[in-house]
Design a protein around this ligand. Structure first.
Ligand SMILES: [Zn+2]
Length: 212
């Protein structure tokens, strides 16, 4: 379990977005894929690979589209006001695919997100979109967990946010130590979730009920 308490993951996000000004051209990206193919031992000129650089560049555009999204655009400035509902809202089992920043190999997981409303709530699909935005970047599991929690905390300003992510790292499953099927858990709690172990326990109960 890890618990990042400050806002540094979001500061990193802003720093990263500035580097996008120097984005290489599509042609340069395709040339880089040809270089990697040669490095792996392939002949990029053989027939089956002729279109591969273009396909890989296009796939990267989708897999890493999260660099071009913006949390305030996704969450918007308009939240639903709810009179009298102050209990926990939990969205469980948000499936996501990401890529580890160390090897650029897939991370496959599920996110569980809860918050304690302070008079207003988010559209439920928006929570999944926040997870997807951060998943479609190069990540560590610790960072994505903290980024989702702090983004919802900053934008919605609820009484607290809880994020628990369980994921399998293909870089562990496919190479090196080859630990297949092992799952890593990370969590971040803000506000009342951080201060009140009973709220954390309640959140974990909701998740367990789903998985049993
Ligand atoms: Zn890795």
């Amino acid at each position: 379990m890890s618990d990042t308490l400050d806002n540094s993951p979001l500061a990193d996000t802003k720093k990263m977005l500035r580097t996008i000004d120097k984005r290489p051209s599509r042609k340069e990206a395709e040339e880089a894929v040809r270089t990697l193919l040669r490095w792996a031992g392939e002949d990029p000129e053989r027939e089956g690979l002729l279109d591969t650089p273009a396909r890989v560049a296009k796939a990267y555009g989708e897999l890493f589209s999260g660099y071009w999204d913006d949390e305030s655009a996704i969450l918007g400035r308009t939240f639903e006001e709810v009179a009298g509902y102050n209990d926990m809202v939990v969205v469980r089992d948000i499936a996501f695919h990401s890529h580890c920043e160390h090897h650029m190999v897939p991370i496959i997981g599920k996110a569980h997100v809860g918050y304690l409303p302070d008079g207003r709530v988010l559209g439920l699909s928006k929570i999944a979109r926040v997870v997807e935005m951060f998943a479609r970047r190069l990540q560590t599991q610790e960072s994505i967990t903290a980024q989702v929690a702090h983004t919802i905390q900053d934008q919605l300003q609820p009484r607290g946010v809880a994020v628990l992510i369980e994921a399998e790292h293909m870089c562990m499953a496919m190479r090196g130590i080859r630990k297949q099927g092992s799952t890593t858990l990370t969590s971040t709690y803000t506000g009342e979730f951080k201060d009140d172990p009973e709220q954390q326990a309640q959140f974990q109960t909701y998740i367990r009920n789903q998985n049993s």
